[in-house]
Design a protein around this ligand. Sequence first.
Ligand SMILES: *Cc1c(COP(=O)(O)O)cnc(C)c1O
Length: 397
Amino acid sequence: MPLEQPILAPNVYDAEPIPEAARAEIDRLLASGDLFRYTSEGAPVARLEEEFAALIGSRFALAVSSCSAALFLSLKALGLPRGAKVLIPAFTFAAVPSAVVHADCAPVLVEVGADYRIDLDDFRAKLDGAAAVLISHMRGHTSDMDAIMAETEARGLPVIEDAAHSLGTTWGGRNIGTIGRMGCFSFQSYKLVNAGEGGILVTDDPDLIARAVIMSGAYEHNWKKHAVLHAPFARWQNRLPLYNMRMQNLSAAVIRPQLPEIARRVRDGRANHDHVAARLNATGFMQVPQALPREERAPDSIQFNLIGFRDDETRAFQAAAKARGVAVQVFGMSEDNARAFWNWQFLGPVPDLPKTRAMLMRACDCRLPARLTRAETDAIADALIAAAADVKGAKAA
Ligand SMILES: *Cc1c(COP(=O)(O)O)cnc(C)c1O
């Protein structure tokens, strides 16, 4: 009898190749040396901004060096005073509180529930005294934007959406990132569109885009090379600092041919995710939080909670998955994890946030790129289910 084949866990780290169409444009840019966005009219960065705004359904877009830069410029564009309180979810990437600190504002951490979304009771309790709200849709899990917009509109508070990992997610049919005053997306390699680094800010507000464009480094009259309303620029010319966070043309040349790929990546990523989620949920030992009713997700990874596991069992599960070739990150368990709020020591003392802490100690994160086949997603699900069975006994399988 042949030996049972070991499960070969798929490689989840390799990126998709950049579409071939990028090559000719990159060659053209290399041949001409025209890499700076403001040298020529109609440069690739300006074209990306027009295309992205149209794709996402915003009036304006500004491409910059990272999503962190986009978040920083959004806060600066709002003209918040030094020390202004900005509400952010306590479950996010360290870059988010960092952008708030960079903008001379004070982050106020809001509890996040076991469903990875903002705890609305804690949110309401912390709104008094806040100057702005920055909603980070962490790993693409969308907080209740209807409730958040109702609360913030009642108080006249601006909302910035950190949609770094939410490109393609919709809320009531609208693209995430277009619901608040400003939305920010990332083109870092682990996001849906990969340029190595890069970000983009979208808004419908002509005054905010004018301010953000100037501060991103549109010195002198370079703002005339943006396809935006030009009237507000006269108001801000020479009156704002230039932080120089521009995108360069090579990045735009890598991003533009990926825009037509987004719909396929979203469709395949969602199918992969929902297939694995159904298998994990069926075990009773792992639970993938439901999307909210108004939310259509665009996942490129899967998050699930271990149900009824102690700390030692959680560690054992991680090790058992690793032994089967699948890397699982438990956000609150790995040392110095940048998504565990107690590691954001640059903030000074952080409050105890028991709900978020409890979630982080059992919330697992596993990459699940859109390019995986059904057999590969099944191999990952098999490994996770077998790892849970290793720890919890045969019941989990
Ligand atoms: C990746 C990410 C960021 C940071 O994006 P950069 O482009 O690397 O600055 C911010 N927020 C979330 C939720 C992210 O996933």
